[in-house]
Design a protein around this ligand. Structure first.
Ligand code: KG4
Ligand code: ZN
Length: 357
């Protein structure tokens, strides 16, 4: 178990990812086939289309990764693969292919929970010991958890409706931000971030801060999304905006959305910190917050969370952007952490691994 090379496969949503890492967490090879541009054309992810693309790209993605690492199957100790959560049709392709490889090359399989992988990958490049607090923000999820061990997570709160990345993606599309050439290839969150950075009036729109009176660590973004859509509609009427045109206040509205989202995230994270403190869950030397998931790429959000951490004496960590969004490396890393502790390593009965999604 001391010199293990683990191959990781990720297909939970719209990215076909594969990576090989060694026992130290060095990335020996990585490949990511993103379906983003294709889904942009359809205006969102269609599960059947995503599945077809995974089916088409999974084998070349894995082969290319081995080639980049200059390794063959004899060098690989085990295969880690995303089990859940995600789009069932997408997950099924990764799992089916991983099982095929496991049989063909006689390799143990290690099932990985996608969100746990987001939370653990920060340990690959930073010295973060258990326990720590994590805030996972992406296009499909928003949650706060206490990470007590490789397979020991205590959920403190989660979104009661949609996820922040989903709101950014929908608002960007509805606002027609991609009609601006420099945003045309960007995901919604990045487009909103760029537009917000050009805002001139930060007080033009007042959006409601969600769940202010709720004494828990849950999140809600539906009300925020509805408010933004309503303001957009109102401004379009006011200016008699035609199809394909943006409202003149687009940058200010993006800034209001981003600022309110950040305030909500900070508010709930502070509640989680209080909860950990009041219940003695995090000793002083373990006051650490890991922020991950695609939305963690957002520098405005990260900076406001950094201010919170400074105030409460927490260290803050975030994986580099390519490891925040979905990727094969985090699956390989989670696989390695399980392999080293002999957790969930399935050598026989691989058929027992079924997609729950
Ligand atoms: O983790 P991820 O790759 O996939 C999911 O599991 O959802 O996250 C993708 C999400 C998308 O909604 C995208 O708009 C958002 O992350 N995102 C961002 C930024 N970059 C990506 N949101 C805000 N600011 C960014 N810079
Ligand atoms: Zn994800």
């Amino acid at each position: 178990r001391n010199c293990a090379k683990i191959l990781g496969i990720e297909t939970s949503c719209d990215d076909t990812g594969c990576a090989i890492i060694n026992e130290k967490g060095d990335i020996l090879g990585e490949t990511l086939h993103s379906q983003n541009l294709i889904h942009l054309r359809y205006g969102g992810i269609i599960p059947d289309v995503a599945q077809d693309l995974h089916r088409k790209y999974i084998e070349p993605t894995v082969h290319k990764t081995l080639e980049l690492a200059q390794l063959n199957w004899l060098d690989i100790a085990a295969i880690a693969v995303t089990l859940e959560p995600g789009l069932p049709l997408s997950l099924a392709i990764g799992m089916k292919y991983a099982k095929h490889l496991s049989r063909k090359y006689n390799k143990p399989l290690i099932p990985v929970h996608h969100m746990e992988a987001h939370a653990l990958v920060a340990r690959m490049q930073h010295n973060i010991s258990f326990p720590y607090l994590t805030l996972l923000i992406s296009g499909g999820h928003c949650l706060l958890a206490l990470v007590q061990g490789v397979n020991k997570f205590q959920l403190l709160g989660q979104s009661i409706d949609c996820a922040p990345g989903e709101v950014f993606d929908k608002v960007a599309r509805r606002m027609k931000l991609r009609n601006i050439p420099e945003y045309s290839q960007l995901c919604g969150g990045r487009a909103v971030e760029m537009a917000a950075s050009k805002a001139t009036d930060l007080n033009l729109f007042q959006l409601p801060l969600p769940l202010v009176d709720h004494k828990d660590c849950n999140f809600s973004f539906n009300g925020l999304k509805t408010s933004v859509m309503y303001q957009l509609f109102r401004k379009e009427k006011e200016h008699s905006i035609e199809a394909d045109k943006l409202i003149p206040e687009a940058n200010d509205l993006c800034a209001a959305l981003l600022m309110t989202t950040s305030r909500h995230l900070v508010h709930r994270t502070q509640r989680a910190m209080d909860f950990c403190h009041n219940n003695n869950l995090l000793p002083d030397e373990k006051k650490q917050l890991v922020v991950s998931g695609g939305v963690a790429c957002n520098n405005y959000i990260f900076n406001t969370l950094t201010e919170l951490c400074n105030e409460f004496d927490y260290k803050i960590y975030r994986p580099e952007p390519k490891l925040c969004t979905d990727n094969g490396v985090m699956i390989a890393w989670n696989g390695l952490e399980k392999w080293q502790r002999n957790i969930d390593v399935v050598s026989k009965n691989i058929n027992s691994l079924d997609i729950k999604a």
